[in-house]
Design a protein around this ligand. Structure first.
Ligand SMILES: [Cu+2]
Length: 107
């Protein structure tokens, strides 16, 4: 049975209301597969969580030179809370060609 248009309309109103809650922290998902961060470029704000979901068979890291370093084991999901604003370039220590960018807005 397909849901009726009325229940879909109610659902979209509920989701719309959730989206309008001001400045709540979000979780932003980045897939890690075949030596790539997807999407490579994301926007976030201070307090948001980045969740790297690896479907790769290799271990990776999300590393910012002189700052944070997150291990991403094969086929695991790891998360990291952004603590400061700025344009963040990160890469994988094991595969320096793997690069990502997070534009972190102040809260
Ligand atoms: Cu890697």
């Amino acid at each position: 049975m397909l849901p009726g248009w009325k229940s879909l309309a109610i659902l979209s109103v509920v989701l719309g209301a959730m989206g309008s809650i001001p400045a709540h922290a979000e979780t932003i998902r980045v897939m890690v597969d075949k030596l790539e961060f997807v999407p490579a470029k994301i926007s976030a704000k201070v307090g948001d969580t980045i969740e790297w979901v690896s479907t790769d068979i290799l271990a990776h890291t999300a590393t910012v030179k002189g700052d944070w370093d997150v291990m991403i084991p094969p086929k695991k999901t790891v998360s990291f809370v952004l603590k400061k604003a700025g344009d963040v370039e990160y890469y994988c220590r094991f595969h320096p060609n793997m690069k990502g960018n997070i534009s972190v807005a102040p809260q």
